[in-house]
Design a protein around this ligand. Structure first.
Ligand code: COA
Length: 259
């Protein structure tokens, strides 16, 4: 499917989504958010895809936030509807059974930082900058930032960043545990592909079980330890479990089918 604001590629098990509004620093208008939801659903439904990479086009920005020009005259109800739509799409990323890696190639502000935080892994280029500057606009984050930032870096620093609107650079994001790695800009996508390469050789249903179990801890299920018990049990009836254990015993590489 052709998108207005996204570019997508599907190569060797890796589906890459590039947000493509570089003249607006890839700001998320409503249509772009909807398209991200469609692209992620398309990647999840495609049996050839094992890992999803999400990035921004141009050298300057991953995403510089929600598109401010779109909501400047919104009512309370319109604001709530905008936030709910963002939550629905960002939750679909976090709940994707296929891992989503954010390749953060510049500014990740407001909705951009929230989009990166909805992904399972984050790799930042050295020029990346993170922040939740909504208070400067008289707003709070509306795409999960007040929830995921404290989950990822802890309440103390999250409250500071949310209330001061301070921007932090990639090394501080790494020190805070907001990102997994920092690379030179030209190594950003290669690093994401290196991580994707490790994941895509693992059993896909087990990867999906890990995502569901970790999400359970972060609010998806009231009894998250119980969720792990269920997910662990489900692995035993998969062909991939038989293949994985046989491969180990036969001292060969496993070939997983996601069944
Ligand atoms: N919404 C809409 N448009 C945005 C945008 C956003 N969040 N962020 C950047 N843009 C647009 C600018 O309006 C400008 O468009 P124009 O050329 O038509 O005027 C273009 O992207 C380039 O941005 P510019 O501000 O000229 O780049 P800069 O290098 O001087 O500054 C930023 C970069 C990221 C510091 C600055 O764009 C910024 O502060 N953006 C808003 C960040 C924000 O508050 N995000 C949270 C929104 S809830």
């Amino acid at each position: 499917m052709a998108f207005e604001n996204l570019l997508t590629t599907n190569e060797d098990g890796v589906f890459t989504i590039t947000i493509n509004r570089p003249d607006k620093l890839n700001a998320l208008n409503k249509n772009t958010i909807a398209e991200i939801g469609v692209a992620v659903a398309q990647a999840v439904a495609d049996g050839s895809v094992r890992v999803i990479i999400l990035t921004g086009s141009g050298a300057k920005a991953f995403v510089a936030g929600a598109d401010i020009s779109e909501f400047s005259s919104f009512s309370e109800a319109e604001g709530m509807a905008l936030a709910q739509h963002g939550h629905d799409v960002f939750n679909s990323i976090e709940r994707s059974p296929k891992p989503v890696i954010a390749a953060i190639n510049g500014f990740a502000l407001g909705g951009g930082c929230e989009l990166a935080m909805a992904c399972h892994l984050r790799v930042a280029a050295t020029n990346a900058k993170f922040g939740q500057p909504e208070v400067k606009l008289g707003l709070i984050p509306g795409y999960g930032g007040t929830q995921r930032l404290p989950m990822l870096i802890g309440r103390t620093k999250a409250l500071e960043l949310l209330m001061t609107a301070d921007m932090i650079a990639a090394p501080e994001a790494l020190a805070l545990g907001l990102v997994n790695y920092v690379t030179e800009p030209d190594q950003l996508l290669p690093k994401c592909h290196e991580i994707a390469g490790k994941i895509k050789n693992q059993a896909p249903l087990a990867i999906a079980g890990i995502i569901r179990s970790v999400n359970a801890y972060y609010g998806d299920e009231p009894n998250s330890f119980g969720s792990e018990v269920k997910e662990f049990g489900k692995c035993f009836i998969t062909e991939d479990f038989t293949e994985g254990t046989n491969a180990f015993l036969e001292k060969r590489q496993a070939s997983f089918k996601g069944k």
